[in-house]
Design a protein around this ligand. Structure first.
Ligand SMILES: C[S@@+](CC[C@H](N)C(=O)[O-])C[C@H]1O[C@@H](n2cnc3c(N)ncnc32)[C@H](O)[C@@H]1O
Length: 336
């Protein structure tokens, strides 16, 4: 009776494993919260030493460390635990490829995801937020989390996108400034202006000066839903359209058209869906995250984005998929 096809067994196992995936993410988030990786540091530690360093029980931390070693995020030799060669690059504070801020942000989002059923029932957000602008610490966590993800591929994106000798770029909702920094590094004649909300820009200022790019990258306070400065060769917007509804995005594209010089280009980086809006899977799942945390945001198909761009007057609208993390892709269009 239970002799079912291999395809059914595979499908069933996949569903079972999906149910368990949160074990892994919560383990990693807890390790980050307890500063496990920094406490291990560049040497090695026993579970007893780690219990003292993190203020935890030896039994509990030993199980956590074994699970992390099982996942390959730390090494275990005898009774001692050490960071891996790659772990030292991404889990230790201060490293350029650090991901601890996004792990902290996931921990903060965990609470919201507990309300998914409620959001699906009501069709509205479980938690209203103001783009994390009210509390300084919250703004920093959010923007540095975005910075962690941007650092995964900002340099690669800047090398892939041809700015064709452009001199000015407007980075709309530019966050930490990671993309502007790498666009300017890859295009020596380019200067970038980051338009963002005031609390965000306090964090941006620190990042831009850490990269010694303050002469190339300037900051401007503003609300992209109200007005944009003009006279730019390129407008770049990364992970902006998914926070907004269709009407706001339609209006934003018109505003961007007005902000560009004739012949200018808009570059939109986001989780763009194929028609049918189910794939890529990360993009269709990310729409739920926007249901939870925004008023009208979701992810959009290329057809939808193309419709807004066309209505604004843009031409040569193209969608390029360049194997970026989490199936992020890029839509470009030109102003005549
Ligand atoms: C999801 S983050 C993306 C940051 C950055 N573009 C990136 O991809 O890493 C959204 C950014 O838009 C900014 N933002 C949100 N609403 C805005 C508004 N109405 N006007 C200007 N900036 C806004 C936020 O402060 C934040 O920096």
């Amino acid at each position: 009776m239970l002799q079912k096809s291999a395809a059914l067994r595979h499908y069933r196992d996949k569903a079972l494993n999906t149910g368990y995936l949160f074990f892994y993410s919560k383990t990693l988030m807890t390790a980050a919260k307890l500063d496990v990786f920094d406490h291990i540091g560049t040497g090695s530690k026993t579970s007893n030493e780690m219990a003292q360093a993190t203020g935890t029980s030896e039994h509990g931390i030993e199980l956590l460390l074994d699970a992390l070693a099982g996942m390959g995020y730390i090494n275990k030799k005898g009774r001692r635990y050490a960071n891996t060669r790659h772990g030292r690059e991404i889990f230790l504070k201060g490293k350029e490829l650090y991901i601890g801020d996004i792990l902290d942000f996931h921990e903060a989002m965990w609470e919201g995801w507990n309300h998914l059923e409620e959001s699906v029932r009501t069709g509205g957000p479980a938690q209203r937020h103001d783009m994390f602008q009210k509390e300084k610490e919250e703004t920093r966590t959010f923007i540095m989390a975005m910075h962690n993800t941007a650092m995964g591929h900002a340099e690669k994106l800047a090398s892939l996108v041809d700015l064709g000798g452009s001199k000015t770029l407007l980075d709309i909702g530019g966050g930490s400034g990671a993309y502007s920094i790498f666009f300017c590094k890859a295009n020596p004649r380019l200067k970038a202006t980051i338009l963002d909300l005031p609390a965000t820009l306090e964090v941006t200022r620190d990042v831009v000066s850490r990269y010694k790019m303050s002469r190339k990258v300037s900051l401007k306070e503003g609300d992209y839903n109200k007005c944009l400065p003009n006279g730019f060769d390129v407008a770049f917007l990364s992970h902006i359209i998914h926070s907004e509804g269709e009407a706001a995005n339609t209006a934003l594209m018109k505003r961007i058209y007005g902000a560009l010089n004739p012949g200018g280009k808009v570059i939109i980086q986001d989780f763009i869906l194929k028609e049918g809006r189910t794939q890529p899977c990360f993009a269709s799942t990310f729409a739920l995250c926007m249901l939870l945390f925004t008023e009208e945001g979701r992810t959009y198909s290329f057809g939808e984005v193309k419709g807004w761009l066309r209505a604004a007057g843009f031409k040569s609208i193209e969608w390029s998929r360049r194997s970026l993390p989490r199936d992020i892709s890029v839509v470009t269009a030109c102003r005549s």
